[in-house]
Design a protein around this ligand. Structure first.
Ligand SMILES: NC(=O)C1=CN([C@@H]2O[C@H](COP(=O)(O)OP(=O)(O)OC[C@H]3O[C@@H](n4cnc5c(N)ncnc54)[C@H](O)[C@@H]3O)[C@@H](O)[C@H]2O)C=CC1
Ligand SMILES: N[C@@H](CC=O)C(=O)O
Length: 781
């Protein structure tokens, strides 16, 4: 049986609403038998610490105020979540505990750890009862009965046996942060000790994974509240995570990773406020590429220590309840200590320690092995250019520390991040569809790559056809992709493709869909779930049912991902840009019309009745103008899709069937397979020749026209064949050209016209490159 551990921190349990959210996460993402570790709700631990301080100061007024606050907070949570006997028993227990605390205060028997333990006990009991009230099999545990330390050393064998109490058929809700000594006295595991409890339990029950549910969406390259461009990393290797923890990263804590050493247990940092959002996985060394991070160091003391013993930093960290970082520079040992704890550490190391810098701030830059010294120099130059006087620099192969007098403001952090972190990002590209357009796209990529690389290093990592794929996470040589395809392409299932995408450890990932497959387009939500940007020439997703389409747009927005589909209408013509630009500049489109199909434009222009229409259809297919099945063009469906894509671009909530369609082929040919179509082409020829003859009688030519009219209260949309006067701009189009005629508030009588080739491999592939280029521009910003 595989089990997981889920840990919820104080912010995840700060109100009844948050308990509801946590319960939903448990029910959806955990399984019976899993262990759920909880911290004290909201600010409960801080309040308990305040109570302890008031007790030490014998401040009776403060004691009764804090007790009243604790009681009110717990009462509110219980009253909001529990009913009937669940509520009664929880309130009864709470009352008894508060009375007992009061008695201990009065008799001077209060113990700090025992007092602090109440926060976690209350959370575990409340969550357990709330689950039971919902008829969910759940049991709550006091970790003091499961985790024992003797003289500060965890009793692993004993603890493993104790953890055998966890039920395989219930959710096991257990307190974080607390353990007991051999005499059964309460011990706390230090600030953020609940994360440590979670990884300890994971080790003891041989869990598959530990999820740390917190209030941020994983681990970022720097504080996302300060630097907008902070990158959320999908994977971080344990070595870097450890270093970040020692340097005071607010999400990863120093001891958390220790129990996972030499295990395969996966550690994931996820947001309990947005449980569907992407997370950060902390993986074993070598399973993620090394990344760059900037950690803020605000208000630190730098101490120089003589004769530091082995294990002494760990011991000091335990005493001051804070991760401490130490390093050796020119044979001298330095300790970086939060300024608030500097005095305590100086006292603890009395006679062996002196203060080098007092209350300094700055940054630690964690980087790829070997980059640390160079990065320190670059950071020094950047900070000097931005008027920051450095007090101290230390550099190592894997990181560097730069300390200065003042805290670095958002502007300076952003500059550092742009110049030192963002530059190390890469974009991994997967191309699906190696047909007419796809192969030309790859040919053009050979030249285009150097331009893109100046913006953002781009790596082609995957190629996909309907039945085979080639994946190489370290990069496929674009110049020789055909040879690599010949030797390494393999058959695949969708699940394999998705797991390859999940595994890709790049700052940015992109799937380019140049297939004509509806089935492939239906995978977009899963691509987005794996944090992939999307570029497509395929029109299916853009014309999918509105609910699906809107959900996709929403998921993209939530993850800050882009979807570009410039070529799905008008091939390389900038019609999407034009419509967006008009709207962004305050214009209002009133009518959009024209010829939107390259194939139908070419067929209608070339048709003279001397060559059968069906022969021209086959030529259009051979030239790569038509859809893989040209009936998609002849049915008018392709144009209907294009008009819908543009209508949605204008903010209209239309479905495909809201656009009236009349086809350019007889009804009899719309059904049946390709053979049937080929066998009955004569029907098509007769159908078109009759319509053309009729139009000629009126001195007109046939054109397949799309039209969308927007008035204040009504939208009409249609696509179909029309007889057009020979001098009309639609009639004089070059074969294969599209024309988009836009009437708007500012272009009312004299419309804005975009005209040019509307199909063809080169222009379409170039249009996909335009999307790729602009994606790189925006990611490189
Ligand atoms: N040809 C043109 O002028 C234009 C084409 N487009 C769009 O570009 C797309 C590609 O067009 P073409 O290159 O002409 O088509 P194509 O038929 O030549 O190539 C399609 C490719 O997609 C692959 N494919 C099909 N189903 C797949 C699946 N389920 N998974 C992965 N790969 C799959 C096929 O193996 C083939 O390599 C179409 O969506 C089309 O509407 C858009 C604008 C212009
Ligand atoms: N088949 C389409 C190709 C572009 O979308 C067309 O002919 O316009």
């Amino acid at each position: 049986m595989t089990r997981s551990v889920h840990k919820f921190g104080g912010s995840s349990l700060s109100s009844a609403k948050r308990y509801h959210a946590v319960t939903n996460i448990i029910l959806q993402q955990a399984a019976l038998g899993d262990v759920v570790v909880v911290s004290a709700a909201g600010k409960t631990t801080d309040t308990l610490v305040k109570l302890w301080q008031s007790y030490r100061q014998a401040d009776q007024q403060a004691i009764s105020d804090v007790l009243a606050l604790l009681s009110a907070n717990q009462f509110e949570l219980i009253a909001d979540l529990l009913t009937d006997s669940y509520k009664d028993s929880a309130l009864e227990l709470l009352d008894a505990e508060l009375i007992s605390i009061g008695e201990k205060i009065a008799s001077q028997h209060l113990q700090e750890a025992h007092l602090l333990a109440h926060g976690e006990l209350w959370s575990a009991r409340l969550l357990g009862l709330y689950l039971q009230q919902l008829n969910v099999a759940a049991q709550s545990f006091d970790a003091r009965e499961l985790l024992t330390l003797a003289q500060g050393v965890l009793q692993h064998e004993k603890n493993v046996i104790a953890c055998g109490q966890f039920s395989a058929t219930k959710y096991n809700v257990v307190t974080g942060f607390i353990a007991s000594d051999e005499q059964g006295q309460t011990i706390t595991l230090g600030r953020n000790g609940s994360d440590y409890s979670a990884t300890l339990f994971a080790r003891y029950i041989c869990a598959e994974s530990v999820s740390i549910w917190t209030d941020t969406q994983g681990v970022f390259s720097t504080d996302p509240r300060k630097v907008k461009q902070a990158i959320r990393y999908g994977k971080i290797c344990r070595g870097q995570a450890n270093l970040l923890a020692r340097l005071g990263n607010p999400v990863l804590h120093a001891k958390t990773l220790t129990p996972l050493k030499d295990t395969d247990i996966k550690l994931v940092v996820r947001s309990s406020f947005d449980s569907s959002s992407a997370a950060t996985e902390i993986v074993k060394e070598g399973f993620a590429k090394q990344k760059r991070f900037i950690t803020n160091l605000d208000h630190y003391d730098l101490l120089k220590v003589a004769d530091l013993h082995e294990g002494e930093v760990g011991e000091l960290s335990r005493i001051v309840q804070h991760a401490l970082h130490h390093f050796v520079e020119k044979d001298e040992v330095y300790l970086l200590v939060p300024a608030a704890l500097g005095h305590q550490v100086l006292t603890l190391l009395a006679g062996r320690c002196n203060l080098v810098e007092s209350n300094v701030s700055g940054i630690a830059l964690v980087c790829q092995h070997g980059d640390g010294h160079q990065l320190a120099q670059s950071a020094k130059v950047i900070l000097a250019e931005n008027n920051v006087n450095l007090r101290f620099i230390y550099s190592h192969e894997d990181y560097c520390i730069l300390l200065c007098e003042q805290q670095l403001d958002t502007d300076r952090l952003t500059i550092l991040h742009d110049k030192l972190v963002s530059v190390s990002q890469e974009l991994a590209v997967v191309v699906a569809g190696l047909g007419n357009v796809g192969t030309v796209f790859l040919e053009q990529l050979k030249e285009q790559l150097s331009r893109l690389n100046q913006l953002l290093p781009v790596k082609l990592v995957g190629l996909i056809r309907s039945e085979q794929m080639l994946f190489n996470p370290t990069g496929i040589d674009v110049q020789n992709w055909q040879a690599a395809w010949q030797t390494h392409a393999v058959s695949y299932h969708e699940a394999e493709l998705l797991s390859h995408l999940a595994e890709l450890d790049y700052e940015h990932k992109l799937v380019i869909d140049i297939t004509a497959s509806e089935q492939f387009s239906q995978l977009y939500p899963q691509f987005v779930a794996h944090n992939c940007h999307l570029i497509c020439a395929n029109k299916y997703a853009g014309t999918a049912p509105l609910a699906w389409y809107e959900q996709l747009q929403q998921s993209l927005k939530q993850r800050n991902l882009q979807w570009r589909y410039n070529t799905s209408v008008g091939a390389g013509l900038p019609i999407n840009f034009a419509l967006n630009d008009l709207q962004n500049s305050g214009d209002k489109v009133q009518r959009l019309s024209g010829v939107f199909s390259g194939t139908l434009s070419w067929l209608c222009s070339q048709y003279t009745a001397e060559v059968p229409f069906s022969e021209l259809v086959m030529q259009a297919k051979a030239m790569g103008y038509s859809e893989p099945d040209p009936r998609e063009d002849l049915s008018g469906r392709d144009v209907q899709r294009k008009l819908l894509i543009l209508a949605r671009e204008l903010g209209l909530n239309l479905e495909l069937d809201d656009i009236v369609l009349s086809p350019l082929m007889p009804e009899a040919l719309s059904n049946g397979d390709w053979e049937f179509f080929v066998d009955n082409l004569a029907l098509l020829d007769t159908y078109v020749s009759e319509l053309a003859a009729k139009a000629a009688l009126e001195d007109k030519v046939l054109r397949y026209v799309a039209e969308l009219v927007l008035s204040d209260d009504k939208v009409t949309a249609q696509v179909g064949l029309q007889g057009v006067a020979k001098q009309d701009s639609l009639a004089t189009l070059k074969p294969g050209d599209n024309i988009f005629v836009i009437n708007s508030r500012w272009y009312q009588d004299n419309p804005l016209v975009i005209q040019g080739p509307g199909a063809g491999k080169e222009v379409t592939a170039a249009g996909v490159h335009s999307d790729l280029y602009w994606l790189c521009v925006s990611l490189a910003k």
